[in-house]
Design a protein around this ligand. Sequence first.
Ligand SMILES: Cc1cc2nc3c(=O)[nH]c(=O)nc-3n(C[C@H](O)[C@H](O)[C@H](O)COP(=O)(O)OP(=O)(O)OC[C@H]3O[C@@H](n4cnc5c(N)ncnc54)[C@H](O)[C@@H]3O)c2cc1C
Length: 294
Amino acid sequence: MPVYHYPDTLGEACSIMAAGEDAMVYGGGTAVQILLKQGVLFASDLVDIGAVPGLGELTRTKDGLRAGPLVTLRQMETSPLVRELAPLAAEVYGRVANPRVRNTASVGGNLAHGDYRLDPPTALMVLDARVELTSARGKRSVPAREFFVDFQQTALEPGEIITAVEIPRQPEDAGAHFAKLSSLAVNDWPAASAAALVVPASRGRRQLRLGLGALAHVPVFTQFELAGDTPVGEVVATAKEVARPLIDPLPDVRGGSAYKTRLGLVAVEEAVRGSWKERDDERRIPFLGRRRRR
Ligand SMILES: Cc1cc2nc3c(=O)[nH]c(=O)nc-3n(C[C@H](O)[C@H](O)[C@H](O)COP(=O)(O)OP(=O)(O)OC[C@H]3O[C@@H](n4cnc5c(N)ncnc54)[C@H](O)[C@@H]3O)c2cc1C
């Protein structure tokens, strides 16, 4: 059985993490508890960071927002700050599992869990979020897009603790959509998921960013640019063409590889259609507004 620690400061937590032969952080415990019960968690020490000041805070920053690792997924879903500054993130955190899990699971634990099916990384990657890591050796910051390095393996080095996730403000004129397709139950893990964010680029072009979940052995990110007035049907076709070579799903109880590949392309289409507003649509909005006022 691992030895439990309850440090009062971040420095103390880092020292315990450095000294332990195979020390792990205890966040919300939703994954750790299951692994302990299954007898497959091989940790020398479990470091509960719940008493360390500041790790459960959500704050506005110059460029967006900063979430401490102990902010719960439910807080990310419901916080007015997250809804204002990163509505796509609020939407995606709100689609994880069920309220019981979301009320307990933490932002840091979710990322460190490193599962290829996780929902939040899809949004964090398209929003260009960064993960702050702290250890006895110091601090560093890793882009969410580079955090997932291999199957169940993240950029976390031994002794490191996730101490924040920094999310830049979602541009107000960005189009955003998250598609999650589950094959067993509506609040189950996804069989395929896709987050899309469309942001203005130079010379009237638009950039489409895609984050895919459950469709390869790690969460996947890609992006491309198109003329801003490209019809949505063409954007969908391009997105599928770009995404297809990156899709290589692992077969499991939620479906075989071919089935998940098809679902993945459906998720991509849904995310693109929900995020790419045709310029015609934009022109129609003020026109409808004028008619309504008469
Ligand atoms: C029934 C069920 C359904 C689920 N469905 C989904 C789903 O649909 N979509 C989805 O995305 N997820 C799903 N999950 C996974 C869930 O999101 C994770 O279990 C949860 O986010 C882990 O967070 P936690 O705080 O409980 O982590 P913990 O269980 O405390 O820790 C998980 C891992 O992260 C490490 N860790 C924790 N905090 C830190 C930190 N600050 N720094 C470094 N390492 C840390 C731990 O050492 C451990 O390795 C589901 C889980 C359950 C139980």
